[in-house]
Structure formats: C-alpha cells, structure tokens
Design a protein around this ligand. Structure first.
Ligand code: PEP
Ligand code: MN
Length: 356
C-alpha cells in the first residue's frame, strides 16, 4: 500500500508539549462521578477527558458500560469545563452515537483492534468524517496486526490517526497486567515516525503503583502522550479500580516526570544508538569466534609440540592490520593497542588449552 501521511491529531488549544495527557475514568458510571472527575481534572490543567461508555469485559456479568446515556454526560463535560472528550468505539453503531453526541476523539480498544472484520466495519463507518482516532495495540503482540488496523482506517480516509500502547496479554501476570514489550512500539515508531504515540500505563501496569515508572519509561522512549485512568474515587470504581488514580495523584505523577531533550534529537540519537548496539553485538560475536579459532590453534600446537609465541607471525599480523586500519580512517596507534589486547587474550586462551 502507498506510504501513509498522517495529519495532526492536536485539537485547538491542546499544547503539543510532551506529554499530551488524556485522563479520566475507565468507565462513565454516574453523571456525578463523570462531572466530579472531569471538574477535578480540568482544575489541574487536563484538556482531554476519557471515559468508557461501552466496556468490553473479560467475563459476562461485570459492568458492561452505562451506554448511550453516558454520552450526554460527556456533552456536559464539554460545555461546562471546555474539555475535549474521548471514548472507545467497537461497532459502527458506537461511531454513529459518538458523532451524534459530539465526542471529539475516538479510540479502538485492544480487544477490537485484533479483529480485522470489526476494524473494517468501524473504518467504513468513519468514511467522510474528520474525527481523530487512536488505535490501541491488539492484545496479542503482533505488529503487523496493529499496522493492518492503522491501514484499514487510513484507506477509509481517516488521516488524524494515532496509536496507544497498552501492553500485550500474557499468561505471566507477575508484574504487569499486560507486558509492555517496548520493542514493538519502538519498531512502529521507526516505521512511522510522524504517527503520534501514546502510552497507557494504567492498562500496562494494572496497578496504581506502576503508573509513574511506566509513564517515565514512555517519556524516555519519546512517546508523545499518556492515557491514564483517573477517577474521583478509584477504590469505588465499577471497572479497573486497581489501576486508577485520583486527579490529585495524577497531577503529582505528572509533576514527577522528567522530560529529556527535544523530539528530533532524541529520535535520531535513539536510532543511532540502536545501530551502535547492533554493531557491538556483531563485534562481540566476531571476537568470540576469533578466540575459538585461537583455542583450536592451541590444540594443534599442543598436539604438534609447537611453542605458542611465533614472533614472525605476530609482527606480520600487526603491520598488515595497522596499514589496513589507517586506510579505513582509524588511527594507527589506536589500532595497534586494540590488536595487542586481542593478541594478549588469544595467547592466554591458547595457553589455557595447552596447559589443560
Ligand atoms: C480501556 O481503555 O478502559 C480499555 C478497555 O482498554 P483496552 O482496550 O486497552 O483493554
Ligand atoms: Mn480500563
């Protein structure tokens, strides 16, 4: 498919400064809970309010969302506090209801983004609209599936796109509710550098105590924004109570974040550092291979009763290699030192074999 070019998802008045924060309860529960949480968040400078209206729950019988009536509460949040509102859509009907009620940002949940049929239905429903859409990673760690979801929306004409990293399902829930597997969003960023990327530390951690450190990690990895679940009374929340914080705590968590250097620099620097890491890996492998050959030479010399140090051979190695290094733009003295150290270790390894 053609190269994708995205349009900014930033709404008027929302600062592009990292992190862009989307906060609000996992679920809209009551009008009072929505209004009280929104007011407290707004008072602390939060501009984007989230609340789930239709909830995909693991087991039936759990609270499955308040439904369409909740959208009228979101309308009040907009009118009374001037916040933008965001909610999850999983069906064309949800999209239609949200558009009718003036929701500003939609997101596709992790249990929906795994399903190309569902995603295609949503994409079709979004044709001809201009609303920003954020796509959570599919529950399983499959980058292509995530990209496929982005492509389906793009092909339907949606250009204001972003993604949310919320971790990946796993049987191992010792620390995280959903494993971060950071290399997946990092690779997504490498492929689509201008695709806005959010991190959802609430759903990754599954616990309040982890929100701060995961948020900091996301900032260090150059994410653009954070989606954090915040509730006026987290302990009484009807869904995901362990991973929600009060607006006060959220404010504190955000105040602790250290935002390092500007976007451009970090991005290319991260990219270059990754290359260095890879090259160092290769260097190590080559060195290990060289030592293995040295030990084989040791075995040969032992079997043939030869001495280890053969001065003639060593000076040939040195001179030849140094000339070559200089041609590659490496300082001759530096190369000499490196070769001497390598040679020393080779001799040590040969001796080990001979004295074994
Ligand atoms: C949510 O944001 O409350 C939610 C259901 O998230 P996810 O799709 O990441 O599980
Ligand atoms: Mn939730």
């Amino acid at each position: 498919m053609e190269t994708m070019h995205f349009e900014s998802i930033l709404l008027p008045g929302v600062d592009a400064k990292r992190p862009i924060v989307i906060a609000g309860p996992c679920s809209a529960e009551t009008e009072e809970q929505v209004m009280s949480t929104a007011k407290q968040l707004s008072d602390r400078g939060i501009k984007l309010f989230r609340a789930g209206i239709w909830k995909p729950r693991t087991r039936p019988g759990a609270f499955e969302g308040i439904g369409t009536v909740g959208l009228t509460w979101l309308q009040r949040v907009k009118e009374e506090y001037g916040m933008y509102t965001a909610t999850e859509v999983a069906t064309p009907k949800h999209v239609e209801e949200c558009l009718k009620h003036g929701v500003d940002v939609l997101w596709i949940g992790a249990r929906t983004s795994v399903n190309p049929f569902a995603v295609q239905d949503i994409a079709d429903a979004l044709k001809g609209t201009d609303i920003p859409v954020l796509i959570k990673n599919p529950v399983n760690p499959d980058l292509d599936l995530w990209i496929g979801c982005i492509e389906r929306l793009y092909l339907a004409g949606v250009r204001k796109l972003g993604v949310i990293h919320r971790g990946f399902s796993s049987a191992d829930k010792k620390i995280y509710r959903n494993l971060p597997q950071w290399h997946i969003p990092i690779e997504l960023r490498r492929r689509y550098p201008d695709l806005p990327m959010f991190c959802d530390p609430s759903h990754i951690g599954g616990k309040r105590e982890l929100i701060s450190s995961i948020s900091q990690q996301a900032m260090d990895l150059n994410f653009d924004g954070l989606m954090i679940e915040s509730h006026c009374n987290p302990d009484g929340a009807w869904s995901d109570k362990d991973q929600q914080v009060t607006p006060d705590i959220l404010d504190y968590i955000l105040s602790l974040l250290v935002i390092r250097e500007g976007k451009q620099t970090t991005e290319s620097l991260t990219e270059l550092r990754k290359q260095i890491d890879e090259i160092d890996d290769q260097l190590l492998e080559v060195l290990a291979k060289r030592m293995r050959v040295s030990r084989e030479i040791g075995t040969y010399k032992k079997e043939h009763n030869m001495q280890i140090l053969q001065a003639q051979r060593y000076s040939e190695i040195l001179e030849g290699r140094i000339d070559q290094a200089v041609k590659f733009g490496i300082d001759g003295n530096c190369m000499k030192k490196i070769l001497e150290v390598i040679h020393e270790e080779s001799v040590r390894q040969q001796m080990q074999v001979m004295n074994a």
